[in-house]
Design a binder for this molecule. Structure first.
Ligand SMILES: Nc1nc2c(c(=O)[nH]1)N[C@H]1C(S)=C(S)[C@@H](COP(=O)(O)O)O[C@H]1N2
Ligand SMILES: [Mo]
Length: 346
């Protein structure tokens, strides 16, 4: 897929704690330079990439797994399959065509597996995404460990069409299946002291080559929201996409979706939610605080330090579109933020 945006002052990674955008087009960049990934000073984990050392099995070193036959061959079996896609919520309409399903399934940010977006799905073979439980703890009355299939049955599933905008300035529009996060929050009865929710992704280096080989990242991935953000009507817990359970590369079996925030605020394959008094730290802000904030609302007026956020490329579409404030969801969320939050990276 054509990647149009190359941050102008691109250099071979000087900093091992590389934020998502540095890897934006690393693969073709490295190809262009004719140097291997090893020479670039990063882990040699390219699949069929610039290093010319593509792997055909899911891993090197740890558990090698079968390579899925295709990007949609990564949907885990679940007894809840017949609940999909769920009724579509008519409140959420799109101003643009849906992204092609296969394009979305072959262009992923999921650093636990691979930084090359088009190779993530190939590396998900060893990953056991179902059955799966989510532990809820912290400032709640009724925390515990919940099976994802039980949550799907208890809450029922609905479908929502949302725009989705990555901080790297690519975007998509997709149908998610899942339930409002509010349902889960009400179920566990947070205490009045709960002011934030923290999310933690799995840590399984045996099943995720990126966790094994990119040990400079502070795994597992962690994110967080203010309580009013978590309870907002838009805040969605997705267990499916395009009418079926989530393929592994999209964050199977359970990921968050916050369509008014940059994509990294939507953690994938979550294993733990913790209600806290203090604002939790977040993965990308810890790595590069001047580039990625806690709120990270989509905002064309606040450039990333290395590129503009004024426009975006819809993946699979040969067209740039104007970026919308709050990704076009201001009606639901603008009241949550003051000017201070919206005026700079915060
Ligand atoms: N656990 C985890 N969650 C993650 C990421 C990640 O690397 N690990 N990447 C984030 C980023 S930067 C984006 S843009 C979206 C991408 O979601 P998609 O691949 O399903 O489109 O997932 C987000 N959630
Ligand atoms: Mo992203």
């Amino acid at each position: 897929m054509a990647n149009i945006i190359l941050p102008p002052d691109w250099t071979i990674p000087e900093n091992r704690a590389t934020p998502p955008a540095i890897y934006w087009n690393r693969r073709s960049f490295v190809k262009k330079l004719g140097v291997g990934l090893a020479a670039a000073g990063v882990a040699g984990c390219g699949v069929g990439g610039g290093s010319g050392q593509g792997r055909n099995e899911g891993g090197g070193g740890g558990t090698a797994g079968p390579v899925p036959d295709g990007p949609l061959d990564t949907i885990p079996e679940t007894p809840t399959r017949e609940l999909y896609p769920g009724d579509r919520d008519p409140r959420f309409t799109l101003d643009r065509p849906l992204t092609d399903r296969e394009v979305a399934a072959t262009y992923n940010n999921f650093y636990e597996f691979m930084t090359d977006k088009d190779a993530v799905w190939r590396h998900t073979g060893p990953f056991q995404a179902r059955p799966w439980t989510v532990e809820v703890s912290g400032e709640v009355d009724r925390g515990g460990t919940f099976d994802v299939a039980d949550l799907e049955r208890e809450f029922g599933l609905e479908e929502r069409l949302y725009r989705f905008r990555c901080v790297e300035a690519w975007a998509m529009a997709v149908p998610w299946t899942g339930f409002p996060m509010e349902k889960l929050i009400r179920k566990v009865e947070p205490l009045s002291s709960a002011r934030y929710v923290r999310f933690i992704t799995f840590y399984r280096p045996d099943e995720a080559i990126g966790q094994r080989e990119q040990d400079w990242y502070d795994w597992p991935y962690y994110e967080g929201l203010r309580m009013d953000e978590a309870l907002n009507e838009l805040t969605f817990v997705a267990t499916g996409i395009f009418g079926e359970p989530l393929p592994k590369q999209h964050g199977a079996p359970i990921r968050m979706v916050l369509p008014w925030k940059y994509g990294f605020k939507s953690p994938k394959s979550v294993v733990r939610m913790e209600f806290t008094r203090e604002r939790p730290r977040t993965f990308w802000s810890d790595l590069t605080p001047n580039e990625y904030g806690f709120y990270s609302n989509v905002n064309p007026a606040v450039p990333h330090p290395r590129w503009s956020q004024e426009t975006e490329e819809m993946i699979g579409e040969d067209l740039r579109r104007d970026t919308l404030v709050h990704n076009g969801y201001g009606e639901w969320v603008a009241h949550l933020y003051d000017e201070e939050v919206m005026s700079r990276i915060s």
